[in-house]
Write a protein that binds this ligand. Sequence first.
Ligand code: G3I
Length: 424
Amino acid sequence: MKKHWIFALFLTLLLLSSCALSRPDTIQPQSSGASDSDSDTDAAQQIPEDAAQPLYRLHAADQRIPSLAEHFDGVMKIGAAVNAWQLSENADIYQVLTKQYNAFVLENEMKPERVNPAPGVYRLDAGDTFAQFGEETGAVLRGHTLVWHSQVPAWWFEGSGEDGRATQEELLTRMEEYITTLVTHYRGKIDTWDVVNEAFSDNGSGLRGADENSLWTSIIGDLDGDGSETDYIEQAFYFARAADPEAQLILNDYNLEGDPVKLEAFYQTVKAMLEKGVPIDGVGIQGHINLGWPSVESFEAAIEKLASLKEYNPDFVVQITELDVSIFEWGDESLEKETDLILQTQFAARYADLFDMFARQAEKGNLDMVLTWGVYDGGSWLNNYPVEGRTNAPLLFDRDMKAKPAFWAIIDREVLPAVFEEWR
Ligand code: G3I
């Protein structure tokens, strides 16, 4: 089946290349990327809207379009990062959310900086809206994130220590109060917590330290004297477990799928914590990748390696928590990239291969959910990072919330060549 798909894709690619060369004006796959040149306007008129409309150009909430969540029902949950204002029935994205996904995470509104801006102040409005939405829809909710070095309130790290820094005791007390307050408040409502986020160094040396903007290890240090500084992570998991014994507790990080040195440090550290009995139920691989990096094989190997930690906790699982596929390579600083059919076909093949692999891993019991970081291209953080104001297109739905070929490549790959065929 896979060979058949690759072959079909290859054929499609060939057809599209020749099509693009011979009749460049007749192809207008993405309205968002449409140019306003005269020839393009003429070309758009040559494609009867109705011919394209039934499949390829459908809005994500159209009743004729399949649902990602239903497609993977019984295999894995499919989710997306959202913002609280999108969870109202009046929001134009609401129907898309309820149709396409059965797992959600708030992109920014449950980060400590937002929730706990000053001592004793808890802003729970966005989180409460989120929890209510979860109750109404029955979706799985992820809480992101309890402990991080970024988007934490500055006051957490200030106190009566040297140079006005918080002491070990002050920081631990704040962390305990914060985790206990939040996890208790959402007990039974938020199913899964990113208890600690991005604790690992980019240089593969182990935990992130002050040189990489994290004060957690330098202030809390090695509490139990075992020679490692994972103690702040361990304490965070213990506090979360005490506040909600049923919640799934996750350690979340990036680049694990493509950086073997970071993966090894991460794996060894999690293994050591599991051996000590720290209640870690799984790990999140964020999955901020691009068209060419990393290989699917590398991604799959990372899932397999981390899932092998089931040896220490039978419930241990891997989740893909923040998937997006940038159309720009790392280091490419351009603002635009043409999303022609060839690029869209590569993008579709990339998503199809990834989701084939995720489903395979889910069926092996290694993976239980995949969330994309956002829903549609216009709402992605990648339009502002690492280059501000660029036009990226990393998700399954375009700027008009219409399904891209990648969506069909995942759900029903037979549709994709047929649709492209119509445009020859
Ligand atoms: O809301 C303010 C707005 O009032 C202000 O005018 C504007 C000016 O810059 O900033 C707005 O806040 C921005 C916020 O996103 C909401 O859009 C912040 O500057 C910006 O820094 C923040 O970026 C978020 C980033 O985390 C912060 O680290 C991204 O949206 C969010 O997608 C991103 O998510 C992270 C995950 O939490 C962890 N993994 C990586 C992932 C991507 O970086």
